[in-house]
Design a protein around this ligand. Sequence first.
Ligand SMILES: N[C@H](CCC[C@H](N)C(=O)O)C(=O)O
Length: 299
Amino acid sequence: MRGMDQTPPPPLRFRKMHGLGNDFVVIDARAGDARVTPALARALGDRHRGVGFDQLAELLPVPEGDAAALRIRFWNADGSTAGACGNATRCVASLAMAETGADALILRTEFGLLPAARRADGLIEVNMGVPALDWTRIPLAEPADTAALPLPGAPGAVSMGNPHCVFFVPDAEDAPLLTDGPHYEHHPMFPERTNVEFAEILAPGDGVDRIRLRVWERGAGVTLACGSGACATVVAAARRGLTGRRAEVVLDGGSLFIDWREDGVRMAGPVAEVFEAALSPAFLALVETGSESAREAAE
Ligand SMILES: N[C@H](CCC[C@H](N)C(=O)O)C(=O)O
């Protein structure tokens, strides 16, 4: 509950951005005056009653002397948190570089320190880190060969700081996203749920492998693009010898350029800022009246 001081809280400002149509609300909580809760994420993510997003990127401070410029916490539209979000990381990198005038910097996420840079061609590139391939780090509910899981279609499993289950299909356009997507997101093999990818290997172009990818995201459903999913798909494909370690990944919203090197998986693509606005105090009060969010905000 708010204390005796009835001074209204400052308006909660946010930015709306996207990477290939994978859309985000970005809240700068570095000053410590804002705090995202599962209830606020769900309310904000509602595409009819809120702002609407696939994910929310909460910007948090880092200690003095930290190698990173800032820390990011990712929230899905269902109020769950995620250890990675490639497209949102690229959007935040673009904001942070504009803020500091730098062309390269480091961002801290749950998965570690992620170097980011603006390329000469204007694309924003992030090194998403070294993929986790052991079953315990996906995580899976039992020991299994993550190169080909004991499930129909023998999908690959990869973590980029978040779990991915990658199916290779003959035609991604008619992939069973709306049935197999939720089925495998909630499959008991994935104790923390999983993102579900459907990948079709295309003919190489300009000497670069190409993959057509469609994604059902954990906590968000079908999205137009998924950066960590594109990284996981190239890793899963290369592990099977279906492609090399570099590929163009063609998603519904456009292409990401992936390069799996020894020191991590690089992912490059465009970002866009759509608008900046403030949440109305009435909206925040509405969220707070929900007992769950008020209790969490007070913790
Ligand atoms: N839904 C994902 C997080 C967002 C991933 C995606 N938007 C990306 O660009 O990586 C999860 O729960 O792991």
